[in-house]
Design a protein around this ligand. Structure first.
Ligand SMILES: [Mg+2]
Length: 290
């Protein structure tokens, strides 16, 4: 493998240091030989795509301009979360790290008994949620819930796309570094999203937490990724948005980490873990690896 120049690192100060300051105080890392990426809100937007799809689904039913897209989205999030808490699969879905809203569009998956049961349960879940949303909007649930259900599946389905900086960056890095995708969630759902966004072929290895009935930050998943990419922890770097999962897991597995803190990402705050570096988009990553 081609020799790598060292990646730079910010000192662990406990607070975020701007990139330029960090580079002024560069510390040499071991040569980086492999990159491990998170998916949601690192490579492709999750929350914004959900909100846009919900607005597109419900807007035809709502004439008042006073009902904002944000309000429509909140209505569905609340309804889905409330019903989700009654799910017999709650423990499983929290173990692997998936969201209630995802089950409003997730493809049927019968690869395990748990997923098969979840797929069956979701049929009732979707009806209950959309009936509740219809009632909240003052509509007749009987004549509208199925249109909402089908509409959301269609609208969410056309919104699996990556951030604009992602494919140019992966294209530039491909061939120079083995790359892994390590994502929490249901295997079929996560692979579907990465495939639909045109990302899956950039990765030498894809690991979805649901395949192992655990979730990041469990270091087991990171260790499986290192073994699969045939690289030592000291020679890899994790790139992800969430401190509690991506960064804490990388730290626990002894892997360097870069947090991608995109503007508007409400999940990227907190103090659960300290990344070695912070960037705001992947264009900065390419510069770090030069
Ligand atoms: Mg993420």
């Amino acid at each position: 493998m081609k020799e790598r120049t060292p990646l730079v690192q910010q000192r662990p100060t406990g607070s975020v240091t701007p990139l330029n300051d960090a580079r002024d105080r560069r510390i040499e890392w071991m040569p980086i030989q492999a990159l491990i990426f998170d998916l949601d809100d690192t490579l492709m937007p999750e929350h914004p795509a959900d909100e846009a799809a919900l607005a597109a689904t419900l807007r035809p039913f709502v004439e008042s301009e006073e009902v904002t897209d944000e309000l429509l989205a909140k209505l569905v999030w609340k309804a889905s979360r409330d019903n989700w808490l009654a799910s017999p699969f709650l423990e499983y879905t929290e173990t692997v790290g998936t969201s209630s809203l995802e089950q409003l569009w997730a493809p049927v998956d019968r690869s395990t008994p748990e997923l098969s049961g979840l797929s069956d349960w979701s049929i009732t879940f979707r009806e209950t949620v959309w009936r509740g949303v219809a009632a909240d909007l003052g509509l007749d649930p009987d004549s509208t819930w199925q249109m909402m259900d089908m509409g959301f599946q269609q609208e969410r389905g056309v919104r699996h796309f990556s951030y604009g900086d992602v494919i140019p960056t992966l294209e530039a890095l491909r061939g120079s570094y083995p790359m892994g995708l390590l994502t929490n969630g249901i295997p079929k759902v996560q692979r579907h999203k990465a495939t639909a966004a045109g990302l899956i072929d950039y990765f030498d290895l894809v690991i979805v937490s649901g395949d192992h009935v655990t979730r990041k930050p469990d270091p087991l998943l990171f260790e499986l990724m290192l073994a699969g990419l045939n690289v030592a922890a000291a020679n890899a770097v994790v790139i992800g948005d969430r401190l509690a999962t991506d960064i804490a897991g990388a730290n626990a597995a002894g892997i360097k980490s870069i947090q991608v803190r995109r503007p508007g990402n409400s999940h990227a705050g907190g103090d659960e873990a300290t990344p070695d570096h912070v960037i705001t988009n992947l264009t900065e990553l390419a510069a770090l690896l030069e």
